[in-house]
Design a protein around this ligand. Sequence first.
Ligand code: ADP
Ligand code: MG
Length: 342
Amino acid sequence: MARIQKLPSDVVNRMAAGEVVVRPCNAIKELLENSLDAGSKSISVSFYSERDDITIQVQDDGKGIAKDDMEIVCERFTTSKLAKFEDLQNMQTFGFRGEALASLSLVSKMTIVTKTADQPLAYQANYQDCKLIGQIKASAGKNGTIITAKELFYNCPSRKKAFIGTDRFKDEVSRVMEMITKYAIQRPDVTFAFRTTSSSSFRTSATGDSKAVISSLLGKQFADNLIEISCESNILRYKISGYISKPISAATSRGIMDKKTKQRFFSLFVNGRSVECPKLKHAIDSSYSSRDIDPGRVDVNVHPTKQSVIFIGMDDVVDELQYKVLEILNECMEDENVSFNS
Ligand code: ADP
Ligand code: MG
């Protein structure tokens, strides 16, 4: 047996980076959440694949990074969002671990251009492997931050291969579009723009109305087919609000999202965080299937607003919500205008 030894820190860092940035979509999500944490009202995401290189760029109009913080911003566990352990009890921001930029700098060649409102100039710096490369230079730029990650996964060829090539890249573009769509619905006060090589680019306008965002990204017919849902309980201490589809397929409606995505669109935010909850999704799916409707033909979108959701007693919450969904679907069935198996 080989003797036990401590792994060198560069090996530890690279293994950890692989967990945060599993795929391009994760990296974009982290950057987008940083932009929201910085109070941005306009966020543009670019995602390109050219000559076997993947480039990600996220630009925002948020509060920017102070020049004096630029030296350490890509080190692991550097954050402006958490100061002491107790702060974890009441986190209002998406980030707090200070790992995203560090991880991205370990798997790409990164550039940050940023300007805070109280600095007359923007500053630009390059990063690799958690370290600042070269000097921090003054540059032209508006208030906010532009983070560019070039040659993503240049040092992990097998991972890179999974996203190179027309079809593979297209799959990842769909995943990114779906992820941005969820945030755009949740934050209709923010403009989200997406640019890519194919014709999938889009831009939302910050009207403050989730339904308008759903209509522009998932199609008018899809949006018109939604029913508002809300329930709350003082005993279980939760409030939930959102939309579910009437049990007819709106998958043929026009909109930027493809038919497959629309058929299974499910978005859940708990206290403003996009999360997965297979139990809740299953409960809602089975409400549809118990109405003799093929779940594959049903569009579901649950969108709790920023009201507080506490997942203590989750089974009871899921039961109540399922009851509510069933109640709504029953009403739909009584409405003779709805044809279930058409
Ligand atoms: P975390 O979000 O967990 O703090 P990150 O590695 O994602 O960790 O970011 C590190 C720090 O960099 C953040 O705490 C924040 O201060 C700053 N930062 C990152 N992105 C932005 C941005 N778009 N605008 C302003 N500050 C940013
Ligand atoms: Mg972050």
